[in-house]
Design a protein around this ligand. Structure first.
Ligand SMILES: Nc1ncnc2c1ncn2[C@@H]1O[C@H](COP(=O)(O)OP(=O)(O)OP(=O)(O)O)[C@@H](O)[C@H]1O
Length: 242
């Protein structure tokens, strides 16, 4: 498998708070990578650095073999990096379909029939097609999470970043979302998933990294990582919070 994303010695600090402390790791094309770490460890900041809404103090980010460190967020989105937000951020007054179309036209740069076809295909995949003409503001929490996925997928990403998408759902809703994420992954999209609902994460990812105080403290197969004493402590803390 080829490398799709490469972080090299990435550093970012807000005053005394270091959110990325010399982070280096690679993600292979087609991989599903999980990110664990306590609250405030720097996980969302890592996504902000990858998507370009945050600039690193030093270090380098490569995507699909290109140095994207100096690229704007819009250019990275065009290149194939998409994310979902921890708190769903739809345009509430617009319909589900209109929300999808904004992503397809403005981020993926499609128009007309091509954009509509993509939105229909994605809404089918995210199981929101029956809600296409409903205002986004009237959706349930699960449906809003599905709309977050839809908006990200309508940019035609190669790399999809999911930020705590399973939080707040019932077990049955969580399972239904997991199935959709598994399908997205098996259709070839590379995924990096930050998640505090650990069982959801472990049912999808094939590799885990653990971040604490901006530092990568573990990287490897999920089972040995979850069994390490250092991570168990964080994991128990997370489960107690969830
Ligand atoms: N723009 C900013 N300015 C100043 N401090 C920030 C900024 N963004 C994040 N931080 C701080 O950096 C730290 C890491 O935040 P971040 O959101 O990346 O953590 P996280 O691991 O995603 O946490 P959580 O699991 O609670 O979502 C926190 O202490 C946060 O307050």
């Amino acid at each position: 498998m080829t490398t799709i994303l490469k972080l090299q010695n990435l550093r970012k600090a807000f005053g005394a708070v270091t959110v990325a402390d010399d982070q280096s790791y690679e993600v292979r094309r087609g991989e599903a990578l999980g990110v664990l770490g306590p609250n405030g460890a720097g996980k969302t900041s890592m996504f902000n650095l990858i998507t370009g809404t945050l600039k690193p103090n030093s270090g380098r980010i490569e995507f699909a073999g290109k140095d994207i460190t100096g690229w704007s967020a819009a250019r990275r989105s065009h290149a194939g990096i998409a994310r979902s937000f921890q708190v769903p951020q739809p345009f509430s007054g617009m319909t589900v379909f209109e929300n999808a179309m904004i992503a397809a036209t403005q981020s993926a740069g499609l128009n007309g029939q091509k954009a509509e076809d993509l939105c229909i295909r994605v809404l089918d995949q995210t199981e929101l097609i029956a809600k296409a003409n409903v205002p986004a503001g009237s959706l349930t929490l699960l449906e809003r999470k599905r709309l977050e996925l839809t908006r990200a997928l309508c940019t035609e990403p190669e790399l999809l970043l999911l930020d705590e998408i399973a939080g707040g759902l019932t077990e049955a809703e969580c399972q239904s979302l997991i199935n959709t994420i598994k399908e997205i992954h098996s259709s070839g999209t590379t995924i990096i998933w930050i998640e505090h609902v650990v069982h959801a994460l472990l049912s999808v990812v094939d590799r885990l990294i653990v971040v604490d105080f901006g530092k990568l403290i573990a990287d490897g197969k999920p089972k040995p990582i979850m069994n390490s004493p250092q991570v168990k402590e964080i994991y128990l803390g997370i489960e107690a919070d969830a």
